[in-house]
Design a protein around this ligand. Structure first.
Ligand SMILES: Cc1ncc(COP(=O)(O)O)c(C=O)c1O
Length: 448
């Protein structure tokens, strides 16, 4: 097996980037993965996508999956149900925010968000209000690569060349320190959109309660959430949270919704539910959403082949057991702020770093132009890419995002380790990351 693949000449896989060298990862244990040359990497990104929240190589989860597969791996959800699907739904309702009573399973994050859009739209139709279809969402976000979820972001760099296929949803700017620290401008933008499209046509406001890759570990100020709740009451749209990343413990709570001053009507979640051991996601809704269907057509029919399959639900159940038995969400809640402080401390004399943000084990590092300490870095420098490649050289996996053409965000890095990472591995992640950033800061000095 080759050391690292360069797509065009060494593989039959159609990769994301044809010129990137991809380490061939052959095994994982805890917070470490190893490539085919024997090089080991500390996984500060939970499998690269924040999914592997419990680390690699968990024999107990593998055993639960094997046991379920031996009894019943698969039946379709449309005409049949199964005990593990029923139990997982019940357990999710137990840990979900107050008022959540129903769960629909899917197989991933984008599917969960698509299902949430459909659920919100159908809710209004069921209630005899079929003109409501429009969704409003913050522009600086990521909700998935399908057409409906791409339409939820307002990032032209991601959407091109699929514009002609995307629904005409509307977007508002993020209320970040740079543009709108109080959240007031975002509320004004929301009001302007509500007025423009007609609030009576709006189905839902859709957002990440704490943003992942698009603005790592950012959440709008309390004033924005309060204003959003008021507008929901006034205008009758629903609020959907994309908790694909933040759900199931990542931010130190079962759901990030627990810590915000409003209760969403619909929650989409995915990654941490399968913890990298199964492809599973879920859409959870408040009872009043479910009652619209119960008192209406009594149907919400569209679904996918693998939704609620016994094998993936058995993994989901074991994941919840492990989280409870090992008190891992408490660990993330308590240890997260210290991890953020460790990162901030390790980077505090690097002018390239503007800020280290954190909610539990969802941490973000934002970079600025060191010449003035506030501007975006020149995009041609490719700082995000340099960070990821330098980290990889040093045996560390992080995930950085590139500046986008909408001008709402610059280069930044996500840092999201497995919840099970021992303290000495966390310390080593911080040390390797600090070395990475210093190396990148030095490398751009002569190019600024
Ligand atoms: C916040 C958020 N929503 C949705 C998605 C899409 O999830 P999936 O890749 O499972 O479709 C992602 C993936 O990274 C995400 O970070």
């Amino acid at each position: 097996m080759p050391d690292a693949l360069v797509a065009s000449d060494a593989t039959r896989v159609f990769p994301l980037e044809l010129d990137r060298r991809y380490p061939v990862v052959v095994k994982g244990e805890g917070a470490w993965v190893e490539d085919s040359t024997g090089k080991r990497y500390l996984d500060a990104m939970s499998g690269g996508s924040m999914a592997a929240t419990l680390g690699h190589g968990r024999r107990d989860i593998i055993a639960a999956a094997a046991d379920q597969a031996a009894h019943l791996s698969y039946v379709h959800n449309e005409r049949l149900t199964n005990p593990v699907r029923e139990r997982l739904a019940a357990e999710l309702v137990e840990v979900a925010p107050p008022g959540v009573t129903r769960v629909r399973f899917v197989t991933g994050g984008a599917e969960a968000n698509e299902m949430a859009i459909q659920m919100a739209r159908s809710y209004h139709v069921e209630r005899g209000d079929p003109k409501r279809w429009q969704v409003i969402s913050p522009a600086q976000a990521y909700h998935g690569p399908t057409m409906a979820t791409l339409g939820l972001t307002g990032r032209p760099g991601l959407q091109r060349p699929f514009g002609p296929y995307l629904p005409a949803h509307r977007h508002i700017p993020p209320s970040t320190w740079r543009f709108d620290p109080s959240g007031e401008a975002a509320l004004e933008a929301l009001d302007a959109v509500l007025e423009d499209v007609g609030a009576q046509n709006v189905s839902a406001y859709f957002c990440e309660p704490i943003t992942a890759a698009a603005l790592p570990a950012y959440s709008p100020p309390a004033k924005f959430w309060q204003g959003l709740a008021e507008r929901r009451d006034r205008h009758g749209f629903l609020i959907c949270y994309d908790e694909v990343v933040t759900g199931i413990g990542r931010a130190g709570h079962w759901f990030a919704a627990e810590k915000l001053p409003l209760v969403p009507d619909i929650i989409a979640t995915a990654k941490g539910l399968g913890a990298g051991y199964a492809a599973i996601g879920a859409v959870l809704c408040q009872d009043h959403v479910y009652q619209a269907f119960a008192n209406g057509s009594r149907k919400f029919t569209l679904g996918h082949t693998w939704d609620g399959a016994p094998l993936s639900c058995a993994v989901g159940l074991k994941v919840l057991d492990v989280l409870r038995d090992e008190r891992l969400i408490e660990r993330v809640r308590e240890r997260g702020p210290r991890l953020r402080d460790q990162l901030a401390q390790a980077l505090n004399d690097v002018p390239l770093v503007h800020e280290v943000r954190g909610h539990g084990y969802l941490l973000g590092v934002e970079y600025v132009d060191p010449r003035d300490g506030k501007s975006f870095l020149p995009p041609d420098l490719g700082v995000a890419r340099r960070v990821d490649l330098s980290a990889m050289d040093l045996g560390l996996i992080v995930y950085s995002t590139m500046p986008t053409r909408d001008g709402f965000a610059g280069d930044q890095t996500l840092f999201a380790p497995p919840f099970t990472t021992p303290d000495d591995d966390l310390d080593e992640m911080v040390a390797r990351f600090a070395r990475t950033i210093r190396a990148v800061a030095r490398s751009i000095e002569g190019e600024l």
